[in-house]
Design a protein around this ligand. Structure first.
Ligand code: S3P
Length: 193
């Protein structure tokens, strides 16, 4: 199996911070699908949603994930597939094609958190996350609704780590334990990452 560690999960479940911590622990590169979408579109995510629509955002997301999944580069020194931590946006796994592409390239770990924890984390800047503004509903209601819609998609991950009561370092530790249980290794030669 290509040694990719994929982090997914609901908005504000900790993917970015935990992704950085896990990548640092492994000494691997971190690829962030949202950051790559923003670079392709040359505008922030709320602007993509507002000006081009969600369907366009999802097309870009699929293209970026396909490109990440197609990365077959090998380390020129040891010959192993280049390892990476891949962090995806909270809606990525809900698309069957994304799920199948990601499943093929590594271990999928879903981060979760209780709805009230998510609400507390996003309350200061909900405008950064257009999916939470849909329908003009109260934040708690919208989070609960979207979580329910995505429950089955997130359940397909190989492992889930609930970050509600964990620090970033503790969450990263759990992710690494799950990865190791799934046969992932922290392998890298000094040129891999
Ligand atoms: C989305 C989550 C966001 C971003 C976009 C859509 C979603 O990423 O991809 O706003 O549908 O859940 P984060 O989960 O990193 O906030």
């Amino acid at each position: 199996m290509a040694p990719k560690l994929i982090l997914t999960g609901f908005m504000a479940s900790g993917k970015s911070a935990v992704g950085r911590a896990v990548a640092a622990r492994l000494g691997w590169r971190l690829r962030d699908s949202d950051a790559e979408i923003v670079a392709r579109a040359r505008k922030p995510i709320p602007a993509i949603f507002a000006e081009d629509g969600e369907a366009h955002f999802r097309t870009l997301e699929r293209e970026v994930i396909a490109a990440l999944a197609a990365d077959r580069a090998r380390c020129p020194q040891c010959g192993n597939p280049r390892p990476a931590v891949i962090s995806t946006g909270g809606g990525a796994l809900a698309d069957e094609r994304n799920y199948l592409m990601l499943k093929r390239i590594g271990t999928i770990v879903c981060l979760s958190a209780r709805p009230e924890i998510i609400a507390a984390r996003v309350r200061r800047a909900p405008h950064k996350r257009p999916k939470l503004l849909e329908g003009g509903k109260p934040l708690d209601e919208r989070i609960a609704e979207l979580m329910e819609q995505r429950r089955a998609a997130y359940a397909r991950a190989d492992f889930t780590v609930d970050t509600s009561d964990l620090s970033v370092a503790e969450s990263a530790e759990r992710v690494l334990e799950a990865f190791a249980r799934n046969g992932g290794s922290g392998h890298r030669c000094n040129r891999c990452a």
